[in-house]
Design a protein around this ligand. Sequence first.
Ligand SMILES: [Zn+2]
Ligand SMILES: [Zn+2]
Length: 329
Amino acid sequence: MRQIVLQAPGQLVDRRVPSPARATGEALVRIHRVGVCGTDFHAFAGTQPIITYPRVLGHEIACEVIEAPANDRGIWPGDRCAIEPYISCRDCRACRLNRPNCCERIQVLGVHVDGAMQTFLAVPIELLHKSDLLSMDQLALVETLGIGAHAVNRSGLAKGEDVLVIGAGPIGLSVVQFAQAAGAVVRIVDKSESRRAFAEQFGAEVLSAPDGRLADVVFDATGSAASMSGSLHHVAPAGRLTFVGICKDPVCLEDPLFHTREVTLYASRNSCHQFPRIIRMIEEGRIDTSPWITDRVRLSDVPRLFADLRQRPHTIKAMIEVDDPGAEE
Ligand SMILES: [Zn+2]
Ligand SMILES: [Zn+2]
């Protein structure tokens, strides 16, 4: 089968390897779509702190089941599934608290272990979430949407609350969609004109800078320490602040403000138990995936086009088409 491996930063290699054999409890799946995200670009640039090389990237995955073990989840060969790419240990404190997204020994497909930039993959059956209705493109968007769904869930957002989302990249936009679905009134702010133009499609009020109005709940989706520090200023008294984007630097919070407003601060990592709910919401038309995909590339073109994809200013979500005729060559 075809496999695109990131040998070292900047070195994507197209190679042929034997198809994987499935182990006990695993399904063998054919990959159809892989979404590209910031993590992949950071891995390519050598600035992703966790990843080791060589690594097959790809954690936003849509697939078709080829072989499945006996299971009680109703998954059969031929089913179309999203893959939840987080493998947890089931034993650490976080896992025992039913919060496997912050498992101490978490393994993320495409980060800690090989992911989906290849024709076939063997994965634990529990990672599969099927839908008879969603397209392969939609199934590959579920992981990205999970980031926003989980962040909104963490914040305890209620109907009618005012929300400010800082950063109109994919993470911020996924927050916008689930905040709106929760019945909140949403504003989104981004310095970039092209990102603002894109965000207009999502139906929130789009701003180039915060306008002084305080919000019940602020989500920072920038991954910038300066922005995360400043985001506290926009939280209303007794409000909540959620850090969705992750950053490697310390974040300073102005304590008198944090205290006088008695702000609650949340971190939000990956997603937790969100895949079934998101699939249902897309099936029911409560989440619109139509604006999302801005770029398409065939798997065989990934080594040639990946560096360029990273530079395209308009890119929100690039989708790799693995089921192209050339993938089997
Ligand atoms: Zn991602
Ligand atoms: Zn664990």
